[in-house]
Design a protein around this ligand. Structure first.
Ligand code: FHN
Length: 436
């Protein structure tokens, strides 16, 4: 009888152990905790919704076949020529805002591709601009030390094989074939992943019935085989609060709202600096206090903030939005240590304050003026020192029953979010969440 080589025997035993653990199916590929933790440490990213629709100043995707006729919308790419687009300027704007990653709508529901794909002619190389916007942004982000990420919709009304044709008609397109469509998606994703190496893929459009959890799981495993560390949000699956390979998503995506304190599941809120995702002329922009407190409350909830800007049709971001983002960056230059690489809690955010923590420090972000701010007691925890993050001691008393009473001045050192550093006698990151 032919002897089995030790190496072959080892390989056979390895497969046997894997298959025995998974009941015969190969183990599902998942995102490592290391990659997920590194992404969550970034805390603050730029979301960009951009495309030919900026020529009409209406909402990307959703204004197709509503404010803009479908034929007009689908021919905008022939005029789309953002001649003042400068990827380095966009990346620099994100960096100056204190943002650590950028996510661009490579393909939104209108199906137009901002990179020269071989899958469909409906892409940037077939219009007057011709340049690879996705590729130039990927390069610019790397130059600025910012993580490059890609938004990609599973809902592509323009693709002849996708089930529906627009947001107002749920009927099946005559040539629709979702299996063919998923194959085309795989080709597009392979181009995006192997050419531009995004840190994260921000999927969207998973709500229509044509998109199934089966497709989501298939794509999740396909992507993981191309790049095991790329992070995938929870909109490749069918959303909800389940995470992991079965649910085809690594983190939760509250939209236009700040997620609640959640120490178990990673989340990222996507919120607009104005109201519309894509550029809207004279749109209402959030105040600096709203912008900063949105970021603080996201971090205090143990989540990230993906903050959206909609660049104009000529490729520039609005000067007022750039200025607002720079003001956020100026705040982060002073207080960024209380945001980046911190954990949320241990107190849930409320109207008066929010907390983040790192090592033996709690960063107390104060939103409201009051003479005494009281924090509920934490058994066995004593404050060793309290000081304003930008300098100056803070008076306080502490009592195991009454908690920690912090004396505040009539005027806070920062009207948007003042920060006090509380040094503790123990590691703050190990504390359980404390109900307010
Ligand atoms: O339909 C999209 C919308 O246009 C925008 O892209 C947001 C961003 O998260 N996502 C969808 C709405 O939930």
């Amino acid at each position: 009888m032919k002897k089995i080589s030790p190496l072959l025997l080892f390989v056979i035993l390895q497969y046997a152990s894997v298959y025995s653990q998974t009941g015969g199916a190969p183990a599902l590929l998942t995102t490592s905790k290391k990659a997920m933790d590194a992404f969550m440490d970034l805390r603050f990213g730029m979301f960009i919704h951009f495309g030919p629709v900026t020529l009409r100043g209406t909402e990307i995707g959703w204004s197709r076949n509503t404010q803009v006729t479908q034929n007009d919308y689908d021919s905008l790419y022939r005029e789309f020529d953002p001649a003042l687009f400068n990827a380095d300027t966009w990346a620099r704007t994100a960096k100056d805002a204190g943002m650590k990653y950028m996510t661009i709508t490579a393909k939104h529901h209108d199906g137009f591709c901002l990179w020269p794909t071989a899958v469909t002619d409906y892409n940037i190389s077939n219009g007057p601009f011709r340049r690879d916007i996705v590729g130039e942004l990927a390069t610019a982000c790397r130059k600025q030390g910012i993580k490059f990420c890609i938004y990609f919709t599973v809902l592509d009304w323009h693709d002849p094989y996708y089930y529906t044709r627009n947001s107002n008609d749920s009927s099946k397109k005559p040539n629709a074939d979702m299996d063919v469509f998923v194959g085309r998606m795989k080709s597009e994703l392979k181009e995006l992943i192997t050419r531009y190496h995004p840190t994260m893929l921000w999927f969207d459009g998973n709500w229509e019935k044509a998109w199934t959890i089966g497709y989501g799981r298939e794509l999740y495993q396909y992507i993981k085989k191309l790049d095991p560390d790329v992070i995938i949000n929870n909109r490749l699956g069918k959303g909800g609060d389940a995470l992991g390979a079965e649910a085809a998503g690594d983190y939760l995506t509250p939209e236009q709202t700040i997620g609640g304190l959640n120490m178990k599941q990673p989340w990222e809120s996507c919120i607009t600096i104005c109201n519309q995702w894509a550029w809207l002329p004279n749109d209402k922009m959030k105040s600096l206090q709203q912008c900063i407190q949105t970021l603080v409350r996201s971090a205090a909830g143990n989540g990230n903030l993906l903050f959206n800007v909609g660049p104009m049709m000529d490729g520039r971001m609005e000067a007022r939005q750039i200025a607002r983002l720079r003001e956020m960056g100026d705040w982060l230059k002073k207080y960024g240590q209380s945001i980046y690489s911190t954990k949320g809690g241990p107190y849930p955010p409320n109207n008066s304050f929010a907390t983040t923590r790192k090592g033996n420090k709690i960063y107390l972000h104060i939103f409201e003026k009051k003479a005494i701010l009281t924090l509920p007691p934490i058994p066995g925890i004593h404050i060793l020192k309290a000081a304003w993050m930008n300098g100056g001691d803070v008076s306080f008393t502490q009592d195991e029953q009454a908690g920690y009473k912090i004396t505040l001045p009539a005027d806070l050192p920062d009207p948007n979010s003042a920060v006090i550093v509380l040094e503790l006698n123990k590691n703050a990151e190990e504390l359980p969440v404390v109900s307010n």
